[in-house]
Ligand binder design. Sequence first.
Ligand SMILES: O=C(O)C(=O)C[C@]1(C(=O)O)C=C[C@@H](O)C=C1
Length: 685
Amino acid sequence: MAAPTVCTTPVCLEAASTMLSQMALNWEKIDPCTDFEQMMCHRFPLLNEPDMSPFRKLGPRHKRVLEGILQGSYQEAISEQLVSWTSTFPTNAADEANFNMIKRAYAACMDTDTIEKAGTKPLVDLIASVNSLWPINTGDLKSKVTKADHAGLADVMSFLEELGISTFQKMDVSNNPWDPTLKTIYMTAPPPLKDNVTEYQDPEAMLAYANSTSQMLAQYLPGNATAEMVATIAEDVVALDVAIAGVAVANVPVPNSIEGAYNLTLKEAADFYGLDKVVKSLAPEYNQPIIVMPKQILANFSEIIASHPKVALQAYLLVRAIHTLSIEVDSTASGNGKSRSDHCLAHLTHDLRHILGRFFVASTYPDSTRKLAGEVANNIRSELKTRISQLTWMSDDAKTRAAKKVDNMVQSLGYYSSPTLDLKSPESLASYYKTLNITANYFDNVLAKRLHQLSQQMAATSKPADRLFTISGGDAAWEINAAYAPFENTITLSSGMFQSPLFSDQLPGYVSYSTLGGVVGHEIVHGFDSAGRLWNENAQPFPWWDNKTVAAYEERAQCFVKQYSEFTYPITGGKTANTDGEQTLGENISDAGGLQLAFKAWKKTQEGKKDASLPGLEKFTHEQLFFMFFASGWCNSYTPKHNEESFATDVHAHDSQRIMGTTANSRAFREAFNCKVKEPACEIF
Ligand SMILES: O=C(O)C(=O)C[C@]1(C(=O)O)C=C[C@@H](O)C=C1
């Protein structure tokens, strides 16, 4: 084999220098087998803002790309793009009209003078029309709801739910676990109005809450209620919200599980405060049962609705609408205390994300990168099948079915290209958005896009399930995220992740296959982690492995629980906290399996050919570089405060442990660095 060349292109120089700059200056004195994170990441916090990681660093860059697109003309957007517009992304009148729609949406949102001039009037008018559906009688603060009120209650709930505003329930659409060819309406408890639910236990916080609710209602409540009446109603609204939050907190659905799910027919729904009417108004053609998670909330909410004053229920529904929409009449509103542009990008990230996503993809995600992402994913899937066939702990039947699950997995790498929506096609986008009218009026646009999003979601229930397309939860193309969906057996990774210096077809394979290959592998292995393995090859939550295989799996999983429970991370006050090995189990299994498979897949690409070397890194073997680039992608500069706020509840282990745990579980890593013990600490795949 010819000696490898050294890659000195700008992309290669950036990748090599980024990694070298993060390494400890005295790295030669550090033992990679025991202190790999120190060796690879020691200088990362010195070079970066607090609470940064290589993935997070991509965020501001993407934001500038999006702003550039939205501030320029269509001609500018399609010139100087990375993707060949004429072949992959055809340009035509439909494309230009789509582009102009997002520009209009962004411009209306940025026009703070007009928003300020309109003041709260648009929301006051909206609340008045909601109230007219089931009018509040301020002369009667005591009466309870009777059957005669159910029509009015259903009308208000329908009006708000059509805008995607939860009322006494939250409605979503997702794949049906019993019949994966269907999309079905799911009903869960609404999220509590207070983000910090501990405040519901705090009398002082509740007093302040009643005061702010009273002020809010005084501004929005139609009619001529006195200050005293408004204060009484506000207190009742708070008492109602406390009861609702109690139900919500006690019935949080278990993620990626159908524990407690109940199929409620529309006939049965008629027994519950007009729920059948709400479903019919959201999805007139709908005739399947809805899935209630869990059944208990139906009884809880019936009881709450029957026992609280009618006026409190009416005012509570108005408060939910004000709570969701008041930010939209505030010209000073900005995204998380940042700029108005952040707020407006968030506005576009909602329903309108696909058109902007198309233009983002064209400027940051060349076809050649997408092709490489496809190869990486296919090679890793093939390695997983090989690995499954070699496992000693799995029965033959479980192996056959697990291999089928890998075959059945559907992947979306970068952006949507599915029957519902194909970002490559201007006509597909135009058709998806054909009922959406975006004007120069920001508040009207907010309502229009909310109605559009909900109607698309509901429309999906009358079509064959498009497994790749999720209307409510799908990431925008520019987001830095990836996911596995057990209900659909799909992996989706946004193009925002496949970016240099982490990933590019212009980089040696050991760079692209390491951090990002590891993420692709991680998503694939999620299908077989402690939660994913409960779903069979057809994405159904039925037992499909024999007891012996399950027991062997669980025994191996316990090794991960123990291993990660021993890790600690710094928190405030100079203390440390222990990682929760149970809480992070699925992620840790996926990290371990993902990296193993990515390594094997990369090694296969080296048969008969060798990756180029990188300047300054010639002294390392490519196997070592594979793991060095992996670690380098997970360096971080998190503050103790960030650790405390994030990792107590995060299902992921701390990034430093994702380096240390994953490499401890990798035989290939131990061989590459010639560690004394070659045996992985824990291993499932
Ligand atoms: O699949 C998951 O569990 C993910 O959260 C994907 C994941 C991660 O593994 O942390 C991948 C990379 C991004 O930076 C963020 C999220």
